[in-house]
Ligand binder design. Structure first.
Ligand SMILES: NC(=O)c1ccc[n+]([C@@H]2O[C@H](COP(=O)([O-])OP(=O)(O)OC[C@H]3O[C@@H](n4cnc5c(N)ncnc54)[C@H](O)[C@@H]3O)[C@@H](O)[C@H]2O)c1
Length: 443
């Protein structure tokens, strides 16, 4: 395999990059390669997305259509559903979903389908990099045999194979694709060298590691670290609430320690495509080794339970006002799983709405970034259709409770607390509100 020839193509920017899965991860990667003058061919099974891209449009709110349009017009970016075009590219970066199935076990369907679609079209000399978050061993034990079965090409000999976890953080104003260091593990040293050379063109710092499994595991460690620490503060929140201690003040005080402490914040439960899901990729794999992962399982349980705790807290606050949840009007503020983005995957707001509806509440929501749910395609676990309400003084006053689930920056908390009857706040969003404090219940 011509490793040096490949690197020369990367250096002189004649290498063409393929990105499979044009979503929250895939599109920023495409744009970075485009910015550095590489031609990119994007693959997606969703023809609506492919058509939108080729028409220069964006379906991701924080990515302006002008950036896609500029790349398309410069003939640097084209999208297709046709895997037969795979030989046109030199490198193939795979960023397809890795969710959980109904039994909360890894759903590798998208990775397997992608590998099967690629296999008959794989070309000798290509570089294949998996970027999807997954359990250690996926690249070598799952992806590799499917790719090799296609045309009999051998990974590490006839084509390069690597894993590089994605650390994209949509909506983060301080870091973007090019400034977030990228960990890269290869099947062989040559695989790693080629992958590092490619990523080095778009990313400031590339971090080579000794194997694909180390790279896979490093991503899980990062997200499990967050999951466990959020579980810890959620547990402490439920305890300190009973003790009459404000957890937010406690965290503020502890954060003044200049070393050995890093603040994490409680909330209504975990959301997003990573933190609630990724730990279960490892706990599933750990079972194969008969090795318990108690801490990870427990934090998962706490972070799931805290959503029910919030509903209980709201029920008590209504009860204190001589009202039942059944028949009460509750508006949930913020549908996205975190502030200032339009992504509602695994959002705790969805679970809150479901739990409140189960108890007979009349539930509505407001989100400046999500005018309706579902957004594009049906939701995996929920089956309701709702539209965002306008947050007028009259509407707020008509609600028995306002439940703050996501603290988008655009919310005017003074206005909300002024007109609402009751505000149940899971984000400490109303900390700065001066008047109407008696209406605010922290949850
Ligand atoms: N969203 C994030 O912030 C983030 C951050 C870090 C890591 N990740 C990981 O990156 C991976 C991708 O996540 P995402 O958020 O970009 O997902 P996404 O749902 O936004 O995008 C995935 C895309 O893959 C396409 N797809 C599915 N099956 C395909 C197939 N067989 N062939 C071609 N295209 C196919 C889908 O149509 C979709 O457009 C996941 O493993 C996720 O855990 C995501």
């Amino acid at each position: 395999m011509q490793t040096q020839e490949f690197i020369r193509k990367i250096e002189d920017r004649t290498a063409r990059v393929g990105v499979i899965g044009l979503g929250y991860v895939g599109i920023p990667l495409v744009l970075e390669f485009g910015r550095q003058g590489y031609r990119v061919l994007g693959f997606d099974i969703d023809p609506v997305k492919v058509d939108m891209i080729n028409a220069g449009k964006s379906y991701i709110k924080h990515i302006g259509p002008e950036r896609i349009a500029a790349m398309v017009e410069a003939r640097l970016f084209e999208a297709t559903t046709d895997y037969a075009r795979l030989p046109e590219v030199d490198a193939v970066l795979i960023a397809v979903p890795t969710p959980l199935d109904h039994h909360r076990e890894p759903d590798m369907k998208y990775v397997v389908d992608t590998a099967k679609a690629m296999a008959p079209h794989l070309r000798a000399g290509q570089l294949v990099v998996l970027e999807s978050t997954t359990y250690p061993g996926t690249t070598e034990d799952l992806l590799r045999p499917i790719l090799e079965a296609g045309k009999g090409l051998i990974a590490g000999r006839d084509f390069h194979l690597a894993f590089s976890p994605e650390r994209e953080d949509p909506g983060n104003k301080h870091f973007n694709t090019s400034t977030i260091p990228k960990v890269v593990g290869g099947l062989t040293p040559a695989c790693r060298e080629v992958a590092c050379a490619l990523y080095g063109k778009i990313i400031g710092q590339v971090v080579p590691v000794s194997s694909c499994a180390v790279a896979e595991m490093s991503k899980l460690l990062e997200n499990i670290f967050r999951n466990v620490n959020i579980g810890l503060v959620n547990e402490l929140k439920m305890l300190t609430d009973r003790m009459g201690i404000d957890i937010w003040e406690v965290i503020r005080a502890a954060s003044t320690k200049p070393f050995g402490f890093m603040p994490f914040y409680p909330g209504p439960g975990l959301g997003g495509h990573c933190i609630p899901i990724d730990p279960f990729y490892l706990t599933w794999k750990a079972r194969e080794y008969d090795c318990p992962t108690r801490l990870i399982e427990t934090s998962g349980e706490i972070n799931t339970y805290v959503t029910e705790w919030v509903v209980e807290k709201l029920a008590r606050a209504l009860n204190d006002r001589k009202k039942a949840v059944n028949g009460s009007k509750v508006v949930v503020l913020g549908m996205a799983y975190k502030k200032d983005i339009d992504d509602l995957r695994e959002s705790p707001s969805l679970k809150l709405i479901e739990l409140l509806k189960d108890r007979g509440a009349e539930v509505s929501y407001h989100d400046p970034h999500i005018p309706r749910v579902p957004i594009l395609s049906p939701m995996r676990h929920y089956d309701f259709h709702m539209a965002s309400q306008e947050l007028t003084a009259q509407f707020l006053a008509s609600q028995d409770a306002v439940l703050v689930s996501t603290d988008h920056s655009s919310y005017d908390w003074e206005f909300i607390c002024q007109h609402a009857q009751l505000v149940v706040d899971t984000r400490n969003a109303c900390a700065g509100v001066t008047g109407n404090r008696e209406k605010i219940v922290k949850a």
